[in-house]
Ligand binder design. Structure first.
Ligand code: SDX
Length: 431
């Protein structure tokens, strides 16, 4: 194949076809193969879609080699240092950072939509105590469509209302689910509190605990949710797009995204990082055994929170998450031995040729769970925290998909390798 400036010529025997090249605003180039099957009968083969662009998007830019992550052109570090989470949520959904009036109006809307229907609260009582919070979250989100069905007509005002409802109610569902799992009375959201303070208050206040939410933790939560807010075409965002491409409503699409995020190879990794560090601690704190197992091809054990499909350098989010973790630990003067183990494990892995040769670095999940532990978030809720952060990104991806000129159902092809045609034998003659 010989790429020129704007086309590549594919030669197949005596046939050749010119395929156009597309170039993104940051110089990324892609081969446009939309005409390939019609012109040649060929499809492409790319398990895991490692080399396949599913869409053009103006939401998030990542550069895995240079460790760059930008939301609508803003570096994530810049947003973490200068914005609150709801400003970044607004940026992802609308495309620009809100001014003071827009931020105030958005904050009011979030507060007006913070409650869930009282009938939904009974659902929590019927889950078994050991129900995983991600299962509850996904089920409750799709159930929201039964209580708030306005999305049927897909009118813009309905979609705007649904976006705000979801952003506010996901946080409420997460906190209510946690309280119910403790057997404690739920704590309702309050209009005099901002997004992150409200969540921590719903999670940790009670009729007998009236301590104000620690502002250090409110600031850390804002920062961590921003770090998780979007990440272009990751697994769960692709699932949200796939479900949305079938013209399913936003609640159904987000519920599917929550299930995809739950996977240990994806957002579920943050829970597995803590469990991995706890296991190392229980085994005497020897990180070298974990490193040896992670390198052993005959052992399915992996260093959770390490490696990434895109980042072949340090995940910029991991760098910020590590700083936040150390700042919170210092501010609260609470020493967590798991942080020591994490830093020792990171140093050992980064010095090991196995990880160096494969460009394996800490990813967003390696340090975030440690800060959530400082907040009192239980380990099985860590991926719920990831979902709360990722929700504005999922919504932005879903809205962008539906605004595309070529809005089509996502339906990849395959290469069939099964049995050739055969006829059915009568039951008595089958071996
Ligand atoms: C997220 O895509 C996104 O953007 C996701 C995310 C987002 O914001 O949405 O960034 C969030 O999901 C972060 C990733 C969280 N998952 C983990 O931390 C789980 C542990 N990491 C891996 O399982 C793995 O690194 C993945 C799943 C993240 C990436 O897998 P890839 O891109 O398919 O890489 P691979 O499995 O082909 O690995 C390449 C090599 C293999 O070794 P060889 O076959 O070449 O000998 O690297 C090895 C792998 O065995 N490897 C690891 C490893 N990760 C990869 N070896 C040990 N420990 C690891 N963690």
């Amino acid at each position: 194949m010989s790429p020129s400036n704007d086309t590549a010529t594919l030669r197949l025997g005596d046939q050749s076809i010119d395929l156009p090249l597309r170039t993104g605003s940051e110089g990324e180039r892609a081969l446009d193969i939309r005409a390939l099957r019609r012109a040649t009968g060929l499809i492409t083969y790319d398990p895991g879609l490692v080399n396949t662009g599913a869409c053009e998007s103006s939401i998030t830019f990542t550069d895995g080699e240079r460790g760059i992550l930008r939301f609508r052109g803003y570096d994530v570090e810049d947003l973490v240092d200068h914005c609150e989470f709801i400003e970044v949520a607004y940026l992802l959904v609308h495309g620009w950072l809100p001014n003071a009036a827009q931020k105030a109006s958005f904050s009011r809307l979030l507060n007006q939509n913070a409650l869930i229907h009282e009938d939904m609260i009974h659902f929590f009582s019927h889950y078994p105590e050991r129900a995983h919070p991600m299962a509850v979250l996904s089920a409750m989100v799709v159930s929201l469509s039964s209580f708030y069905p306005e999305l049927g007509e897909n009118r813009q005002e309905d979609i705007d209302l649904t976006v705000t409802r979801l952003l506010s109610k996901l946080r409420t569902v997460a906190a209510f689910s946690y309280k119910k799992s403790l057997g404690e009375p739920i704590v309702y959201p309050r209009h005099d509190m901002k997004y992150c303070q409200n969540f921590l208050n719903m999670m940790f206040s009670s009729p007998v605990v009236r301590d104000p939410v620690n502002p250090v933790l409110v600031d850390a939560l804002n920062k961590l949710l921003i770090l998780h807010a979007d990440h272009e075409q990751n697994c769960s965002s692709s699932v949200v797009r796939a479900v949305g491409s079938a013209d399913a409503n936003l609640y159904a699409s987000i519920s599917a995204g929550i299930c995809a995020l739950w996977g240990p190879l994806h957002g579920g990794a943050n829970q597995h990082v803590i469990e991995m560090l706890q296991q190392i601690q229980a085994d005497g704190g020897h990180v070298d055994r974990a490193i040896a197992r992670a390198k052993d091809r005959n052992d399915p054990y992996r260093l959770m929170g390490f490696g990434h499909r895109i980042y072949k350098s340090y995940d910029p989010r991991a760098r910020v998450a590590k700083r936040i973790c150390r700042d919170v630990t210092a501010a609260l003067d609470r020493h967590d031995p798991l942080l020591d183990i994490a830093m020792e494990l990171e140093a050992a892995a980064l010095a090991d040729p196995y990880f160096q040769e494969r460009n394996l670095y800490p990813n967003v999940d390696f340090y975030t769970g440690l800060t959530y532990r400082q907040m009192g978030i239980p380990t099985d809720m860590l991926t719920v925290m990831f979902a709360i952060g990722r929700l504005p990104g999922w919504i932005a991806q879903w809205l962008e998909l539906r605004s595309e000129d070529e809005f089509r159902i996502m339906r990849p092809r395959q290469i069939y390798v099964g049995p050739p045609q055969r006829t059915v034998k009568p039951l008595g003659e089958r071996s």
